[in-house]
Design a binder for this molecule. Structure first.
Ligand code: APR
Length: 238
């Protein structure tokens, strides 16, 4: 076994206060492309830059184009949790992992059995009316056609944080508290490019910061243990 993975195995064995903070790279082994890798969503040709489409202004002005992108690119059929999702859920069940903090909107951590999941950027498995707030089943949005409308006439939207929109304060406060008090903080599958999520790393006060990411991140120098390997393969060994 790789000596760094062996060190991770020991850190996990010795702790009952582990927190995980992750991003799109946790779901790529389930078949969902991430955003900034070479084959990621933001490097694919589309009528408008995907970062533009995933913004509040664009959703308001071009809901039809937004939903074309949403159904083509955000909704991935028949995806299943992978080894990383499942191991994180089992670590929580063993009383070792306190929380999963994710930037992902795919619901795969919950599908794997994780109970305490903080979704910083929301979820495409939830929808609501952008005018009256009435909740709707995601089916209307994810698998319909055209612009889904509420009984009040408002446009139904996904319960995700679009660019230009604030994150939920309560979720951020909980995430900060878990990270501030964590013994071991494992960060995985994220380029740590997007704020305020990426800034969460600064609240960690321990000396057991593990970074599991295929590519380098701006925070590599902060890590006590770095593993540049596929996160599903790493978690299959710990
Ligand atoms: N194992 C480990 N790392 C991986 C794997 C894998 N199997 N697959 C991809 N990665 C790494 C990539 O190298 C990349 O650095 O995961 C990282 C994913 O980074 P991004 O694509 O930038 O995704 P993320 O960090 O989640 O983006 C944050 O940006 O657009 C917004 O709201 C969107 O939540 C998203 C946020």
């Amino acid at each position: 076994m790789d000596e760094n993975i062996q060190k991770l195995k020991e850190l996990i064995a010795e702790s009952d206060n582990i927190v995980f903070f992750g991003g799109a790279g946790v779901s790529t082994e389930s078949g969902i492309p991430d955003f900034r890798s070479v084959d990621g969503l933001y490097n694919q040709e589309w009528k408008y830059p995907p970062e533009t489409i995933l913004s509040h202004t664009f959703f308001e002005r071009h809901p039809d184009e937004y939903y074309r992108f949403h159904r083509a690119k955000l909704v991935v059929e028949n995806v299943q949790p992978n080894t990383a999702h499942k191991r994180l859920a089992s670590l929580e069940a063993e009383g070792k992992l306190k929380a999963v903090i994710t930037q992902n909107i795919d619901g795969l951590h919950q599908a794997a059995g994780s109970k305490n999941v903080l979704e910083l950027h929301g979820s495409i498995l939830r929808a609501y009316c952008s005018r009256c707030g009435k909740p709707y089943p995601a089916e209307r949005m994810n698998h319909g056609t055209g612009i889904p409308k509420c009984d009040c006439g408002g446009v139904i939207r996904p319960d995700i944080v679009l660019y230009e929109e604030p994150l939920d304060n309560e979720i951020m406060s909980k995430a900060i508290s878990y990270i501030r008090h964590a013994d071991v903080l494992i960060i995985g599958g994220t380029s740590l490019n997007v704020y305020p999520a990426a800034g969460l790393i600064n609240y960690y006060r321990g000396h057991k910061l593990v970074l599991i990411n295929l590519s380098a991140t701006p925070f590599d120098s902060y890590a006590d243990l770095i593993i540049h390997q596929k996160i599903g393969e790493v978690f299959s060994q710990v």
